[in-house]
Design a protein around this ligand. Sequence first.
Ligand code: AMP
Length: 302
Amino acid sequence: MSLIVTGSIGIDSIESPAGNVDNVLGGSAIYFAAAASFFSPVRLVAAVGEDFPAAFLEDFRHFNVDLAGLEQRQGSKTFRWRGRYHTNMNHRDTVSVELNVLAEKLPPVPGKYQDSEYIFLANTHPAGQIELLEQFPQRKLAVADTMDLWINNEKPTLLKLLQRVDGLVLNNDEAEMLAGDSNVIKAAARITELGPKFVVVKKGEHGVFVTHGGAKIVLPAWPAEAVVDPTGAGDSFAGGMMGYLASTGDLSANGLRKAMACGTIAASFNIESFSLGRLKQISRADIDARLREFSQMLRLDN
Ligand code: AMP
């Protein structure tokens, strides 16, 4: 079943305790699509500027992602972001952000994408998220991600979006900011009152909490020894999750739990390098092997 994403495509610069990199390929849609592509084909709709390096595009063709909806827009500049991680890599600061093409209209959706059923609105301007969503009235599932910048600066548009999606993924700080409650369980419950049927709260190394109807799902994170760069952890988590849901069509609570595990494992590989370095080295077999190990760690029945 077909999975489509919009979100940011960025030129990132990152300072982490494991080292610094300047001007590498990043962006929420990039991390999402790369991770999801291990589970399902992915269609991407997003714009970059005329400064976007051709080498990034060549590199990204490694993944099973349809790029017919990617526009290189003349006269515009690519989104840029610089982040700095604290010694405790659960915390980071945005040092600078240049929205550039993210503040403009989305490119047209290619006709061959019209039958997309699974929609992921990765982190980007909520106006762009709504613009894509409205083009898929027959969708089976629509899930969005968001971030502090949009919660602080674009709240009315974000609230409009929340009324229209089935699910929302966000991290614990963002959940607290959006719901005004520092308890993630209560914050997630409040957010469901804003529209989404399920809310996935990512808690970094402390795993994930999901509220779905009356049900709750909890999963720990993969016990990672070597974290090089957490950038894109949330997006690659969402990619594993949506890729699994689109490939199985299983939207039950059990399916959602398995999808969380796929997201956890996709993110666990992503954080082992800067940019897409690690995801480019692995195959679906590596993901499945780690999933089996993870599942063994979680066994409670004997
Ligand atoms: P994550 O670590 O999952 O939060 O995602 C980090 C990625 O999101 C980076 O590659 C950035 O280019 C991108 N990013 C940072 N800020 C924003 C923003 N406000 N909107 C969209 N994408 C962003």
